[in-house]
Each structure stands twice: as structure tokens, then as C-alpha cells.
Write a protein that binds this ligand. Structure first.
Ligand code: BGC
Length: 754
């Protein structure tokens, strides 16, 4: 970027102009400096379509925005597990932004799905940080290929709507790093977003907007972020503190009082002008990058993009269950039941709400001859006995009944969380009534988050469209009738019931905040550790064909490990398989999840075709965040590398050994346990020698009591007693004097520090 030009401009700016640039010009524009040729550029929501408001502005989706194309929401697109697809969607969005003069798209939204109840889960990607990070990076790359920025949001730990502007997300450092920051870290490092949007909430008591550790130390200094940080709309608490922390742009504007506060702070020395200049520089850099970019002529072709939206959704929908009744045959007598068939719910409410050009329904795209009964409305929980009876009759007369169920808008939205995980009662009851007369039932779901499915065992097929964007109708019929083969995979676990979710006891917290007491055990990390039955596991998704895995092999190159596995399409249809790579720590390190996703690869295979999936691992793939080390750490030892169809369907594995270059800090003192010292290769030999020498002390005395007592002291018991003993007990165990113990401690510490 034109360094000299930027500093020349800053040199000519008055203090007031600099302060003004640090807040929006209005709801959707950054401030410019017209006299110096800096225009006020526009930003717009995001994340799955353009919500450009030309007229009356708001951040809740209340007022009209221009006609645009609504792509599938994050809840759906993450299920594609497909980086190329997300990049293509991003590029389409980028072109739309360019055509509409939008410089920064406010998205992607990548917060973790801690609880199924979070009202905004529909916009977010996953309960898994690796998957969310990969999806985000791909979307960002796509948008920014048009030299349009993205503002990845909401940084950080904004996982509920309850008290979203004041609550505090309280957690330990390891949980924050491993679960709530990783997706942002991957997005920043892999795709260099132009902007980051800080969240409303506090983290361990400090507002995200005033969190220097987050906005400067971690984001910039550790991860190398080189764009600017903007606030979520209204997230600034105290302007000067926010600027100090690393928040450049306050949105929305104008904020004359806060601008004046910045000016005063410089004048009274609370803020240095250099600090303000740096903030201005970071924003100018992005504004000029947008303004000066040379890109092809952009066109917003709404019809073409509608088709892209439909095609994307075909790659996202998840076939949750299929006992062989799907795909439907053309000519089969089919009844479509439920209001969602005619009025699909395809997007969520709030700031992501798109004024869609046109929305397709499954009903209008259905083959001729499909009959329709509304049975229940799409927008509320309302029972109408007559409508239900008509629907039940239609189901009975048909060969197959397809019930279009889902969550009405009022059940989930930005701004509030759900209070339960159920579908409207009228829908569950309708499904029950239809099952009484018709066994061939398909349930198609439209929802932004998992729902309880009490009928899942009796219904032979379930297809989840999530919130599938404006082309959801075309996509649904293509999948139901087999013109497309389902290949989506769950980006989140569907628990049997809400109470099973690990955050259940600590959601949504109270006035003071919410405790993330489950730590790193969110989603499948928890269900797997507890060996719990779930409705559908993370990564799950059926297909109309089948795949076989073979020949897992590893090779290492320059600090990275390549993992290869052959996948064969063993069925009769073309289809896509997502190979999922999970890592299991077998080193004995306590407190680690059973397995964690560390690689994905989607392959497209013709019937009978075999391809090799190539995945990659690095040190980080094996690591956890150590608070002792303030760094990522993986112990030496063996790790299982699992190649899987889902988190609970492992198809191949290898178990390499890892040699760590890192050493855990160890402070040896009187209360360090023998076990800890034996587990550390630096201290183990010294201690082993002591134990060998003292073995006679540990052996039973000649005049020891009889057999009965000796039997009670098992070998394991002695071993554990020794392991769990602190060094000070060496006096008792090994007959060492205090001076000898002190000398041993010194020797051990020397070995650690060597
Ligand atoms: C939302 C953001 C959004 C902003 C602007 C806020 O309420 O949290 O995600 O980008 O409004 O509409």
C-alpha cells in the first residue's frame, strides 16, 4: 500500500479530523476526509447476502434494504465442509459488494455454538473451532478476491444473545484459546481479513471493545493481524479506553461526543497523538486499498446468483437418516404436508436479514402430481384439526408423505435465545398422526439450530435443509428426487434432548455473567468424553451412495505430516465424501478431549471411482494450550490419527509417535509428586535411581505380618502410593534425611533447567 501517501494525508489532517475518522459518518459509512480525497466508504451486513440499506438504517433488519440474494446461512454452509464452495460463495458476495459500492462486508460470523439455544446459532458455523476456522478463511478469501474487505465477527466469546451487550463470558485461558479464539486465529492467519468486529460482551469482566489483550496482544502481536478493528454496533463503552485497547473504528456514527473525548484525551495527554495516528493509518490503508483496487467490472446478476445460492444449498443439506425410501421416484404418488413446503424458512431474523429477490419453495419446484396440504402454518404453533385431518387423508392416499417441518421465525432470532429445543407442538403431533396411517414418511427440516426429534426412530428419512437461502426450494426437490446426492455433514451435534448439552447448567448465566464451566468440553468433545448417546453426531450425514476407505499412510516433510487415504465410491451413484481427520492423544496427558477434528477433505467420486484424500498435520494439530507454558504444547508419545466418515464412524487409522521439542516448565519443590517427576523425561532417570536404591525399604520386612495383610497390599497400590507421594514423603518412604531431600530437589531442578 502507498505508505508515503498515507502518512502525507495523516500529516495534513487536523486532530479533529483524525478523531472523526475513528467513528462512523453514519450508520453504514466510515468517515472520509473529503478535502484530502478520502471518500466515506460503505460497510454492509453480511454474512450470507448483502443487506445494503440505501434509505432508513438499522442494525436489526427492521427497515428495507436493497433487493439482494440470500445465500444459505452459516448453519447450512458449514455443513458443506467444503472450502472451495465457501470460497465460491465468498467470491459471489464480493462481486455483489463491488457492484454495489460496499467496501467491507460485515461477516463471516464465526462464534462457537456453545448451546443449541443461542438465538444467533443460525448465522454461526460450528461447535468445532477447526471447522469454523476453515469455513471462515475460505469465505474471506472469496470475498476479498474482489478487493472488498470482510469483518470477521464477533470477536470474541459472544455465544448467546441474553445480555449480549453487558454480560461477561467467564472462562479459563485454555478454554478461551482452544475453543473460542481458534476459529478467529485461523481466519486471521490463513485469510487476512481486512477488519475484525469486536463483540458486545465482556470476557472475564473486560469488554471486548476495551480488551487490550484480545485486540492488540493476541490479534495483532501474536497473530499478525494487519487490518482494523471495528466495534459491533454500539459496543463501545468508553471511547478512549477502546482506542487504547486497539479498537480503531466505532460504529455506527456519528459520535461527536466520543470524537470530542478523543480530542480532549490527546490534549490532556491521556492519549498520545501517535496512538491516534496509528489508528487512522490502519483505516486509511483499508479505505485506499478498496478505492485504488484494480478489479474487473463487477455485476450483481441477481438471477445468476439465485442459481448459485440454490446450487450451494444442494451441497449443504444433511441427510440425517434414510432407511432406503429416498430418493423419491418420479411418478411416485407423493404428498407434501406442512406450511414450510410452500413458505420455507430460509433465513433468520436480525442484522443478517436479506430482502430477497425471489424465494423458491419445494412446492413450486416439485414434479407435477405432488399434492399439498398445509396441515400447520409455517409461522406459528397452531393446531387446526380440520387441516390436520385433510393432511392425514392425503398422507394415507399417497405412497409417500413428505412433512416440511421446522422452526418459525419467532422461535429463533438475533436478539434473544430459545428457551427450549423443541419444534412447535403442532408439528410433532402432526408427524405422530401421519405415522399412524403412513409408514413411508420423510421429514424435511428448516431450522437454524438442532431441534429435539422425538419421532426420529419411527420416521424412515430425515433431510435437514437448515436455513437454506432463497434457492432452498430447488435444492430440496433436487435432493428428494435424487437429481442431487446429499453430501452435507453436521457441523454440530444433535443431542437427544437439551438437558444433555454441556452448557445446560450454566446457560445463560445472570447479571454478572456466564460461567463456561464445561471448559473445552463443548459439543462432541463433551458427548464423546461422556460416552453419551446423541441423536446424530458431529460430522454425520448420509448419502445415496456408499464409500469405502483403505490404505492409510503417513509421510513427513519439513515439520508437517501428510496423511493419505484412498476412498472408493462403492455404490451406484456419483457422490461426495468428506474425509474427516480426528486426532486422539494417547500420551496419557490428562484433561484432553477423546478426539478433535484436525483435517477435512471433500472428494467427488463417480460410481466405482477411487481417489486419494490428502490431508496435512502439523505440531498444532496435536497441541493443547498450556496455561503454564502460555503456549501450545503436545507431549511426546503416540497419537491416533483417525480417518473418519463422522466423529463416531472411524474408517481407518494410524498411530505415529511424536517427539516434542518443547519442555513443560517444572518447578521442583517438596510437594512435587513422584508421579510428575517420573512422567518427565528430564527428571525420571534421577528419581528412578533413588527408587531402585530404596527398593529394599519398600520390600516387606522379614517379620512382616502374615499372608492376609500382604495380599491386601497389591503391586498397583504400592505403585500408586509412590506416584501420588510428594517428595517430602521420601523421608517416610525411602528413609531420606531432610538434607538429602533438599539435595535431591536441587539436583532435579538442575536437570530440568539444563
Ligand atoms: C450485529 C452485527 C451486525 C451489526 C450491524 C449488530 O447488532 O451484532 O452482527 O453486523 O449489528 O447491523
Amino acid at each position: 500500500m502507498n505508505e508515503k501517501r498515507i502518512w502525507e494525508i495523516i500529516g495534513k489532517m487536523t486532530l479533529e479530523e483524525k478523531a472523526a475518522l475513528c467513528s462512523g459518518k453514519d450508520f453504514w459509512h466510515m468517515e472520509g476526509v473529503e478535502r484530502l480525497g478520502i471518500p466515506p466508504v460503505m460497510v454492509s451486513d453480511g454474512p450470507h447476502g448483502l443487506r445494503k440499506q440505501d434509505d432508513k438504517a438499522d442494525h436489526l433488519g427492521v427497515n428495507e434494504s436493497i433487493k439482494a440474494v440470500c445465500f444459505p446461512a452459516g448453519c447450512a454452509t458449514a455443513c458443506s465442509f467444503d472450502e472451495d464452495l465457501l470460497e465460491r460463495m465468498g467470491s459471489t458476495l464480493g462481486q455483489e459488494c463491488r457492484a454495489e459500492n460496499v467496501s467491507v462486508l460485515l461477516g463471516p460470523a464465526i462464534n462457537m455454538k456453545r448451546s443449541p439455544l443461542c438465538g444467533r446459532n443460525f448465522e454461526y458455523y460450528s461447535e468445532d473451532p477447526y471447522l469454523a476456522g476453515k469455513m471462515a478463511a475460505a469465505l474471506i478469501r472469496g470475498v476479498q478476491s474482489w478487493q472488498v474487505g470482510t469483518s470477521v465477527k464477533h470477536f470474541a466469546a459472544n455465544n448467546q444473545e441474553y445480555r449480549r451487550m453487558s454480560g461477561s463470558s467467564n472462562m479459563d485461558e485454555r478454554t478461551l484459546r482452544e475453543i473460542y479464539l481458534t476459529a478467529f486465529e485461523m481466519a486471521v492467519k490463513e485469510a487476512k481479513p481486512w477488519a475484525v468486529m469486536c463483540s458486545y460482551n465482556r470476557i472475564n469482566g473486560t469488554f471486548a471493545s476495551e480488551n487490550r489483550k484480545l485486540l492488540t496482544e493476541i490479534l495483532r502481536e501474536e497473530w499478525g493481524f494487519d487490518g482494523f478493528v471495528m466495534s459491533d454496533w454500539g459496543a463501545v463503552n468508553r471511547r478512549v479506553d477502546a482506542l487504547h485497547a486497539g479498537l480503531e473504528l466505532q460504529m455506527p456514527g456519528p459520535c461527536p461526543e466520543d470524537d470530542a473525548e478523543l480530542v480532549r484525551a490527546v490534549q490532556n495527554g491521556e492519549l498520545s497523538e501517535d496512538e491516534l495516528d496509528r489508528a487512522v493509518e490502519r483505516m486509511l490503508r483499508i479505505i485506499l486499498r478498496y478505492e485504488q483496487a484494480e478489479v474487473p467490472q463487477a455485476v450483481f446478476d441477481r438471477e445468476a446468483d439465485h442459481q448459485i445460492a440454490a446450487d450451494i444449498e444442494k451441497e449443504c443439506a444433511v441427510l440425517l437418516k434414510n432407511d432406503g425410501i429416498l430418493p423419491l421416484r418420479r411418478g411416485e404418488k407423493v404428498a407434501y404436508l406442512g406450511g414450510f413446503a410452500a413458505k420455507p424458512r430460509y433465513q433468520g431474523g436480525g442484522s443478517s436479514h436479506i430482502n430477497s429477490t425471489r424465494v423458491s419453495s419445494a412446492l413450486e419446484c416439485a414434479p407435477e402430481g405432488v399434492v399439498y396440504e398445509e396441515a400447520f402454518p409455517a409461522d406459528r404453533d397452531e393446531w387446526n384439526e380440520e387441516a390436520v385431518e385433510r393432511a392425514v387423508r392425503a398422507a394415507k392416499d399417497a405412497e409417500t408423505a413428505v412433512i416440511f417441518a421446522g422452526l418459525p421465525d419467532s422461535f429463533e432470532s438475533e436478539g434473544y435465545d430459545r428457551s427450549h429445543m423443541r419444534l412447535p407442538d403442532c408439528q410433532n403431533e402432526l408427524i405422530r398422526r401421519v405415522l399412524e396411517v403412513q409408514k413411508r414418511v420423510v421429514v424435511v427440516l428448516h431450522c437454524g439450530s438442532p431441534v429435539e426429534t422425538p419421532w426420529a426412530d419411527e420416521v424412515p428419512a430425515v433431510l435437514c435443509m437448515y436455513l437454506g437461502g432463497e434457492g432452498v426450494g430447488e435444492a430440496t426437490d433436487a435432493l428428494l428426487y435424487g437429481d442431487a446426492n446429499p453430501c452435507g455433514r453436521l457441523a454440530e451435534t444433535w443431542p437427544l434432548r437439551l438437558e444433555d448439552n454441556p452448557s445446560y447448567l450454566n446457560f445463560p448465566g445472570d447479571e454478572d455473567g456466564v460461567s463456561y464451566a464445561e471448559g473445552v468440553y463443548i459439543g462432541y468433545r463433551y458427548y464423546d468424553k461422556k460416552k453419551m448417546e446423541v441423536r446424530w453426531p458431529f460430522g454425520h450425514g448420509e448419502s445415496y451412495t456408499t464409500f469405502a476407505y483403505s490404505n492409510v499412510r503417513l509421510s513427513s516433510e519439513g515439520g508437517k505430516v501428510r496423511v493419505l487415504v484412498d476412498v472408493t465410491n462403492t455404490g451406484a451413484r456419483e457422490g461426495k465424501e468428506t474425509v474427516q481427520l480426528y486426532v486422539e492423544d494417547c500420551t496419557g496427558t490428562p484433561g484432553r478431549p477423546v478426539r478433535e477434528l484436525k483435517g477435512i477433505k471433500k472428494l467427488s467420486l463417480l460410481p466405482g471411482e477411487k481417489k486419494t484424500a490428502e490431508l496435512e498435520l502439523d505440531d498444532r494439530s496435536l497441541s493443547w494450550y498450556s496455561e503454564k507454558l502460555h503456549d501450545w504444547y503436545a507431549a511426546s508419545g503416540s497419537y491416533r490419527i483417525l480417518l473418519a466418515h463422522s466423529s463416531r464412524d472411524v474408517r481407518g487409522e494410524a498411530t505415529p509417535t511424536y517427539f516434542s521439542k518443547q519442555r513443560m516448565p517444572l518447578h521442583v519443590h517438596h510437594n512435587t509428586t513422584v508421579g510428575a517427576l517420573l512422567a518427565d523425561p528430564r527428571t525420571a532417570p534421577i528419581l528412578q535411581e533413588v527408587i531402585e536404591k530404596a527398593k529394599s525399604m519398600l520390600a516387606p520386612a522379614e517379620d512382616a505380618p502374615g499372608e492376609a495383610a500382604a495380599e491386601a497390599i497389591t503391586e498397583e497400590m504400592s505403585r500408586q502410593m509412590l506416584f501420588n507421594s510428594p517428595l517430602r514423603a521420601a523421608q517416610m518412604f525411602f528413609g531420606m534425611s531432610k538434607a538429602e531431600i533438599d539435595a535431591l530437589i536441587e539436583k532435579l531442578q538442575k536437570a530440568v533447567d539444563a
